[in-house]
Structure formats: C-alpha cells, structure tokens
Design a binder for this molecule. Sequence first.
Ligand SMILES: *Cc1c(COP(=O)(O)O)cnc(C)c1O
Length: 436
Amino acid sequence: MNTPSPIDRSRSAELFEAAKGYFPGGVNSPVRAFKSVGGTPLFIAKGDGAQIWDEDGNQFIDFCCSWGPLIHGHNHPHVFEKIVGSLQNGASFGAPTRKENELAAFMLERLPFIDKIRFTSSGTEAVMSALRLARGATGKNKILKFEGCYHGHVDALLVKAGSGLVTFGTSSSAGVPEAFANETLVLPLNDADALTKCFETQHQDLAAVIIEPIPANNGLLLQDKSFLNLLRSLCTKYGVLLIFDEVISGFRVAFGGAAELFGITPDIVTYGKIIGGGLPVGAYGAKKEIMANVSPEGPVYQAGTLSGNPVAMAAGLAQLELCAAEDFYIKQAQRTQQFVDSINSFALAQQYPMELVCVGSIFWFSFNGKKRITAADQIDGDMTAFNFMHHYLLNVGVYFGPSGYEVGFVSSVHTDAQLAFSAEQIKAALAAFYQK
Ligand SMILES: *Cc1c(COP(=O)(O)O)cnc(C)c1O
C-alpha cells in the first residue's frame, strides 16, 4: 500500500506552539485546532484562486474555502479590485454609505420573499437578532430548533435535546443558563410526527422555528421536501414565524438559497458567509411589516459599530454580482456533481461503505454505507476513515476542513484539472484506507 510521505510542517507547528500562549487552545475558533482529525493545524500564508499555501510553502487545492464564504476562490480579481477601491476611501465611518444601499438593492431585487434587510458583522449576530425580532414581533418567547442544525454560538441555540418526553433543551455549552436553554425546544430533523405533535402542544408559546433548510454544519443532512413543506404549513396554521438560517446555503445552492431552490417562503431569513466576499458580514431580512419592528423604526433594539462596513459591502456586492451571472448555479451544481459522481462510482465499484452527498456546490463525505442520512443521530460517529483520508490528502496537496462533520465546497475557480486531480487523490486515499 502506498501512503505519501509527510510534508514538512515545522513552521506551522512552531506558530501553533506560540499561538497556544496567546489564544485558548491556540485558535480563535475551535474547529481550526485540528482536534477532530488529530495533529496540529496548518497556518495559512496566502491564497490565490482555488489554492492556498501554508507557512512552510506547501501548496494545497482548497475545498474549505474559509468554510463557505469564498464561492469565487481567493483573491478573485473582481472582488479584490472592489475591496481595494473601497479601502482607498477609508475603512469605516459609522455613518450611512452608498455601498450599503447598493448591496441591499442588488439583493432585494433578486430575493422576492424579503422586503428589507439589516446588515450585521457575522452569521451568529444575524441569527441572534432574528430571534429577538421574532420574539418582539410575536410577543412570544419559545423557539424551536432541530438537533444537528448549527446557528452560530447564540446562547439560546447552544442547546441539545433534553431527556424524556418533553422536548425542552438543555444547554450544550458551559455558561448558558438552563433558564435560557428552557426557552428552546429541540426536535430531531425530518420527523414529521414529532413536529406535528410539538406544534399541537406548544404553539401558543412558540415565537419561531429556526432551521437550516439545508443542514450543512453536522454532515449534510438533506431533508425531505415534504418535511420542509409541513414545517411551512404548520407555521402558517399556528401563527409561528419560520426562520430559514441560510448563512451557509444562501447564495450557495441558488442566489436565493434553499428558499429559492425549494420554492418555500420563510418569514425571516438570515445570511452570512458568501454575502461578505471573505469579509465579516451577516444579514437578516423579512417582509416590511416584520422588519418594521426593528429599531429605530420599532421597539426591537439591534445595532453594530461596524455594521454595513463599506469595505465589506463592496466585497459582498462584487461577489454577488458574479453569482448573478446567467446559469451560474446550474454550472456550479453540474461541476460538483461530476466531481462527486467520479468518486462515488469508484467507491461503489470497490464496495467501500462511503458515499459523497451533495447539493449545489456543497458536498460531504458520508461514511455511513449507502444509507441516506437525514438526522443527526443517524451519523456514524466513527470518523477513523475521514481522519485517515484528511491526513493523506494534506500530504498530496488537497485541503479539507479538519473534521468529518464538515462539508466541502467547490468554488467557481476550481479548474477541471484541479477537480480531476483531487478526485484521483481522494480515490487513492480511500483505497489506502480500505486496503489496510
Ligand atoms: C456559519 C453559520 C453560522 C454562524 O455564522 P458566523 O459568521 O460563524 O457567526 C450560523 N448559521 C449557519 C447555518 C452557519 O453555517
């Protein structure tokens, strides 16, 4: 069996040692620490197109793409030019700028289900604000979420299903009071009966339901369309607001995200990642009657020193302009499907118990045999195969996010040759693992 010889990562290792003295666990966001796959993280020195280079000068084809924002890869010339152009006029003013109008107009023209938006500086902030808006607009307190959906590190959503018959959540992070967690109900994904029962018994207290319509932060848990339709109709029937958290799926599977792809209208939607072109931006939006609750128009307070930052707005607009090109999403989906099919047909022929799941240009390595997985508790927690593959691929110049629960992304600038090379390396890694 051929396993590639390890690349030199000594400079990254040194930087990580130093970082441990500065940051908890050496990082500013936990999954970066490589705890899940083992070993120590790469320190990235630069990126260009679909490639990144680490501090030791190793080169990688990047399928992490900053966890999703970089749908046109690193330093796309159009995005780069707009960022630099904006920066020449100053970095931030804390006063309105034309750039905010431009990005908002570009989005709202193409997103028929929302009339107004508010920009924030991260996806977490967008979700946090959307929950406050839903509570403010309905005068109710409880929120329903689904096990396996990630909505950022919002207190009320760092919650897992409690034990017993009640679906009230218990906090999944220290520092979140049980009293907060008790305001959140948790259900399994794709379970129509549990959902219907929950609405029947809890609807009078429910302000909103929040879901990733394409759950992509804990595997890629594609839902039955009928489940999402049921959710929409129950929310309508009982006067509960439906929040689509499209921080990862927005502008990724279609310009209008999962809402457009499935033709389902949310009451409130949250965005992030792609919307900022690699700079920190989030947003939440809704019909104007709901958005009228937001300060200073209404009583729901929400603010931000750097909200609507002009450089970030310029980056976001540049990126979304490229996304709005004709057939952009069709092409992205086709190229991704081809990449995925090539690996899947190999795995099937070799009878390996794995399969890539994909939608649009998002894909996930599912080491669950050929079983379709729609809920968090169906995922096989044994990540040995993924972890082996991850290390193997680093040594041959292919970079994935360092956890088997994370998805990969194909950008518009991954070339056919880069995709073909990566597919061959993935097949070789799988062969090396299963023939051990
Ligand atoms: C990434 C993500 C968030 C959190 O966004 P941050 O910018 O990391 O705060 C929230 N919801 C979903 C669905 C996400 O994918």
